[in-house]
Ligand binder design. Sequence first.
Ligand code: NAD
Ligand code: MG
Length: 396
Amino acid sequence: MTPRRLTILGATGSIGASTLDVVSRHPDRFSVWAVSAHRQLERLAEVIRTHRPRVAVVVDSVAADRLAALLGAEVECDIRWGVDALVEIASAPEVDSVMAAIVGAAGLAPSLAAAKAGKRILLANKEALVMSGHIFLAAARASGAVVLPIDSEHNAIFQSLPNSFDYGLQHCGVRKLLLTASGGPFRNASLAALHEATPEQAVAHPNWVMGRKISVDSATLMNKGLEVIEAHWLFGVDADRIEVVVHPQSVIHSMVEYLDGSVLAQLGNPDMRTPIAHALAYPERIESGVAALDFSRIGQFSFETPDLLRFPCLKLAFDALHARGNAAAVLNAANEVAVEAFLSREIRFTDIADTVAAALETVPGAEIDSLDAVLHADAQSRRAAQAYIARRKEKA
Ligand code: NAD
Ligand code: MG
């Protein structure tokens, strides 16, 4: 078989590393055609030496020069920079599949380009879908692009649905989607403790090893909120048919409840190589390097209802989904600003939700019917969030 050619957007990140690990187990099936990274150039040079992609994209010309120097003359690789170059490698005719693993709104332009170009999109970059769900999916439908979810919850739901779910979930007797959540590092923390929570504590996730931004999102439960919105778009289901269940063991990755009372679930060790391998080879199955589940070691599964008082971000996301229009894009952008500010110790952990709520109150509701409208909502929200944080710092 001819190997499938891949572009890996965000190749130096946590999802990027897991993707490269799975790919390297199957050199007959996959070859890496292009990679991108923002600033981690040493790591990118290492990736290029090992996987020999034709093209690499970095943030700017300074980074491109540094990468060229790191690689030296013996490694042949076309080094490009900037957003246009990201769009090029996401839509190049040479490429079959695109792993969209850039974190945050920065991933929107290349993810959308892959959707327009009819690629197989392995979608990890949930923020792109949250911002622009309607536009992104319309582009994918028009081009015939196949969108395969990488987020473990959505991948689990995808695996627990019949192939005919494209005709609508009602058609195949689905009553509800049950998204599981680990509860994050502060599952049992008091409100007072959350007030004092540090970035180090917030990024120390009990079950998953992930990038810093998604780790903070997991600690506030905003990650679950973004995933509710992601599920709405991917599976065409309204908010009232999506339920979040806290499952601290992170072994059941999500479930689908049917009208007859059946609940189908996908289980596995918490390791992103499983959903990545599933999507890379779909509809076939391949080795991922993930160990088999050891039920006697797990012992028991437990479940809880999420506490919206301690974790208001989850409620804000449900509210944004109900509000429709630009609310999800506003929620996402304000959250990105707030998480950055928390990581750089400008605000407290509990200020993240307040910042997002302030942006949702400040930015007027509007329809989202174009990419410009998405970017406008994103910019308005970032300004509102920054203004709120500035006021907050003045008071402190
Ligand atoms: P990460 O921080 O480890 O990696 C992010 C990658 O994006 C890096 O390669 C970085 O160079 C690149 N990047 C960052 N800012 C950029 C910018 N402005 N322009 C271009 N590239 C940029 O993040 P991650 O944990 O790998 O997460 C990536 C995406 O996958 C996120 O959207 C996250 O929500 C999603 N996701 C991650 C996991 C996980 O287990 N890590 C699980 C589910 C979903
Ligand atoms: Mg997830």
